[in-house]
Design a protein around this ligand. Structure first.
Ligand SMILES: Nc1nc2c(ncn2[C@@H]2O[C@H](COP(=O)(O)OP(=O)(O)OP(=O)(O)O)[C@@H](O)[C@H]2O)c(=O)[nH]1
Ligand SMILES: [Mg+2]
Length: 315
């Protein structure tokens, strides 16, 4: 049936089907702006973004196509010291993605500078693959003074044998064009890997579940966002689009918090998600949201599988 929010993008605008083309991984510690960057690069939202670390849990593919080449970006979960099986999975996704690409772009948050976690991320991914070209990316330059940008760039250059270090703002788009040009100069030449109109490979169910999870991340605190997973159980077109989704939590007490007093919190999450989905899908949406408990799901591989992780197609 449905409803491809990305349909029409790039369609019939790109006559050339050959040029620099290949896969580029966006990696780094949590919260440096990887997902913001993939959305800005594509001019479309394919990955959720929140102010909290460890937002992204899967690899998210986004295809940038122009007359000058095609870059298949892979957004990855932030690399960190994993505490649960879920987090081990997230770090594995990032490491496997690095292995599968032509070029790796490692991001840092230029305002925060190079932290212990950045160094951990560099270590964890460089040990995976030291052969292909690496680009260092100093992000968030919209919040920095010019001399600070120069300083951070040389600090990052000293961390690893990067082919290039670039500075940009994923938020404003400043420097993004230069980043793409650097990628074009490093990618192999050949036929485009994907049709020019294609922008992502993710299913509509995944996109919807992610938008709901984004709102949960925005409005809840402490352990709650990290203890939630969202599964879309049903999508039906009945005049409007009826979506049934379940938010899983790990403990009964968390269910109460997520629903809130008189259902206030769940209503807020539902309203924000529905508004965005209507915008994205171009249709009216009825979002039927439920909260269920799946005890300690972050620690159990079986439960992780049921919730859409460890499906064997993460990269
Ligand atoms: N000012 C500014 N904020 C940014 C920029 N890039 C990202 N941010 C903000 O940084 C926060 C984290 O951004 P994300 O894109 O979710 O970061 P991420 O690296 O994908 O994080 P994980 O998925 O947790 O690994 C959000 O609040 C973004 O709005 C930037 O260039 N400038
Ligand atoms: Mg992310």
């Amino acid at each position: 049936m449905i409803l491809d929010p990305y349909k029409g993008v790039n369609e019939e605008t790109v006559p050339l089907k050959e040029g620099p083309s290949g896969f580029v991984a966006l990696v780094g510690r949590p919260n440096v702006g990887k997902s913001t960057l993939i959305n800005t690069l594509l001019g479309k939202k394919v990955a959720i973004v929140t102010p909290k670390p460890q937002t992204t849990r899967n690899r998210v593919l986004g295809i940038y196509t122009s007359n000058d080449g095609q870059v298949v970006f892979l957004d990855t979960p932030g690399i960190h010291e994993p505490m649960h099986r879920l987090n081990e999975y997230m770090v594995e996704v990032a490491q496997k993605t690095v292995k599968a690409v032509d070029v790796v772009a490692l991001l840092i948050d230029g305002v925060r500078g190079i932290t212990h976690e950045d160094q951990l991320a560099i270590k964890k991914v460089f040990s995976t693959d030291e052969v292909k070209p690496w680009i260092g990316v100093v992000n968030k330059i919209d919040l920095m003074k010019e001399n600070q940008v120069v300083e951070r760039t040389s600090e990052l250059e000293a961390q690893a044998p990067f082919a290039r270090v670039v500075a940009l703002s994923a938020f404003t788009g400043e420097g993004v064009k230069g980043f793409i040009d650097v990628l074009f100069s490093l990618l192999p030449h050949g036929p485009y890997l994907f049709p020019p109109h294609m922008i992502t490979d993710q299913s509509i169910e995944f996109l919807i579940a992610e938008i709901v999870r984004e709102k949960v991340f925005f409005f809840t605190h402490e352990e709650i966002p990290y203890s939630t997973a969202v599964v879309v159980e049903k999508i039906e077109k009945k005049g409007l689009l009826v979506i049934r989704a379940v938010i899983y939590v790990e403990r009964f007490s968390q269910k109460g918090i997520l629903i809130g007093r008189k259902g206030q919190m769940l209503r807020l999450i539902g309203k924000e998600a529905r508004t965005e989905l209507e915008d994205l899908l171009g249709t009216r949406v009825y979002l039927d949201l439920w909260v269920k408990v799946k005890e300690k799901w972050r620690k159990k591989v079986g439960a992780l599988r049921e919730l859409g992780y460890y499906q064997g197609k993460e990269v």
